[in-house]
Design a protein around this ligand. Sequence first.
Ligand SMILES: [Zn+2]
Length: 54
Amino acid sequence: MSNEKQRPGDETEPGTKQTGENTCPRCAGTGSFEGKPCPECKGTGSVTVIVGDA
Ligand SMILES: [Zn+2]
């Protein structure tokens, strides 16, 4: 997905959905789940959530 309106240093465009980083609830931010990379956050420990579409 590319966003042609995206400008460097400007993460949030007016009119786009507001998103935020949240600690992954499945792995509690560790990035691993049952000894494997967490499928929920893909091993990053955080998930992007939509907070609302302003
Ligand atoms: Zn996770």
